[in-house]
Structure formats: C-alpha cells, structure tokens
Design a protein around this ligand. Sequence first.
Ligand code: SF4
Ligand code: SF4
Length: 372
Amino acid sequence: MALAEEIVAYALDLGFDQVGFTSAAPFDQLARALEERSASYNWISEGLLQLRRAVDPRLVFPSARSLIVLGYDYFKQSFPDALQGKIGKAYQARLYTDRRRIFGSRLRLFKEFLKEKGMQVGTSPAFADRQAAVRAGLGAFGRNTFVYAPGCGSYLSIITLAVSAELEEEARGPAPQCLPDCRRCIDACPTGALYEPYKMDPLRCIAFNTFAPGNFPGAPEDIPYAVREKMGSWIYGCDICQDACPRNQKKLKSKLPPDAYLHRVAAAITLPQLLHMDDRYYLAKVQPLLYGYIWEKKFIQRNAAIALGNSGDSAALPHLERAMEDPAEMVRAYAAWALGRLGGPRARRALERALRRENVSAVKKEIVAALA
Ligand code: SF4
Ligand code: SF4
C-alpha cells in the first residue's frame, strides 16, 4: 500500500472521519485577510494562537513539506437539552488533545504511526486549521466562516499536522457550498460579529468573548457592554450561526444516541451552581467541559453572572447578591453588571450595600455604572 493510502486507512481506523493532504506552502489569502482586518486580529497575532505565524506552516515547523489534515465529526451523539444554549457543542464533545483524554490518545497514536513511517511531525495551535482543511479538499467555507464537510456539516473538529514527507493531494469531489442567496447565519448572529459573508469580527463574537477577555494576552480586559447583553445564556462558546444553517438541520434533527457522560453531568451544570462553584465542583464537573481556552473558574463564574443578568428572572437576584461577596474581583464586577441588568429595588439595595463595603476601584466602577 502506498504511504498516503496507509496514512488515510490508519486515521480512519482511529475514528477520524476525514483525512486530506496539502502542501506546506504559505496561506496567501489568510495573510491578506490579516493585513486588511488588522483591527480585528492584531490582539491575537501573538500568544496562544499566533495568527501571524499561521500564514506559513514553515514558520512553526521549518521541515514541513506537507500538511495532513484530519477532520473529526464531533456531533455523533446527542447533546443534553440542559446544556443547549450554554456550552457550545465543540466543547461538550471534549476534543482535548491531552494524551490522557480519548481524543488526545487518538492523536498520539496517529503521530506515533507517522514517526514509525520515518516522518518528522509537528503540531501547533498556530496552524491555520480551517485554511488547511479547505486547501486539502475536506470541505469549503460557509458564509459563517465555518468549514462544511460532506456528511458532518460544520460540526467538524480540524487537526493539522505538519510532516517532513511529500504527500500528494488526493482528487476529491466538489465541496459542499452555501445555498444561493442564503444569509440565515448572518441574520441569526446576535452581535453582528458576522458583518459580511465569510467575515467575522472576533471582538464582537460571543464565543470569543466567553473565553478571551481578561484571559488571552493582548485581548481586551473586559467583555464589551453591547456584547454582554447579547450573550444570553452562553457561558462557553456559541452555536447560533451553525444551528441556524439549513445545511446543519438534518444533523440537528436526527435521532442520535445520547452521550452517557454528558447526560450524567448536565443536571449539575446550572447557572447558580456555576456562579458559586468551589474548586472541587469546578474540577469534577466543569473543567472536563472546558476543552480549549479556559483554565480558571472565575471566567465561567463571570459568564454565569452575565447569563443570570440576561435571564430576566428575579430568582437570580439572591444568587447575584451573594456573588457580590465572591473573593474574585472579576466575579463581583460582573455580578454588579448583572444586578443592574435585572434592575428593580432589590437589585438597587444590593448594589448600594456592595458599594459601601467594596474597596477595589474596578468593581466600584461597575457598581456605579449598574446603579446608573
Ligand atoms: S459564534 Fe455566535 S456570536 Fe460568533 S459569529 Fe456565530 S452567531 Fe455570531
Ligand atoms: S446559513 Fe446559509 S449562508 Fe450561512 S453557512 Fe449556512 S448555507 Fe451558508
């Protein structure tokens, strides 16, 4: 069997759904986009994602000759209703690359296989996964900027590996394209982050705002007020522009077997529990669902405070009052915003009490803004 065929067969055997190859040449279109839209992307050009380096795989892995792109359909089991609108499906699917997790173990086996075949192998969060997937023929961009692959729609996790071997691109059928004149994803986006077909402003995107502000180097410290109001109940990620897509409806409506783990933990993931969680609860119940970008519980508490503020439910008031005594400044500041968002005499009294005892200026500022 030829090397490329062996690689494809092994990846499919490991449970990946799509495998493609492309050259390690730079992504010129990405370089142009980053240049044109520097205001949206400058903050993310360094640090974890290093978008500036993403334009050329050889900046990350100098001996790269080819890219192997793996696609994994993460929507093979049903997600619990209790987590709908709170945690994005990609995060619920627990696509950890850590070798102690099932997804990471698959990846480790695949990398070991490539090394046994004599290749040097490089992986990095800096690789431009979506660009690589499209160039390798796995799918095509939708107007919501997600990659759509045959059979799994946009619920596709993409992993790019750079290797030192030359691997020929395979001939593939046409990639699935957007429906003519469709704008459903753009119209559904609550914040206007999808401001044009194929263009998304991360600074306005709910998903980015659930994990980047105050967490990623270079990102804004705070979630903008205009975004907080539109976050609804999302505490990690946002699936709105994918769930609105006609091409994903078949998947969304299909009867899939339940994910037993998720269905077991979902009942424990309520907004008040998240807001008040201790380290033990965080590590046991919440952290396993935070694949990717959140490593401290205060960010989830912050997002739970915002979601409670957006709930319009007065039952949230005692929880937010209690959160005004949380040891984390961030939690107190966003609980103040949430009390202001809910409004009413009880919220006002809680904010006034908190203002008298608060001594951190950033939190005081939020309390004053909420009272106003
Ligand atoms: S993930 Fe949510 S906020 Fe971001 S572009 Fe899609 S719909 Fe808009
Ligand atoms: S909702 Fe319409 S425009 Fe958006 S990705 Fe789907 S088919 Fe394309």
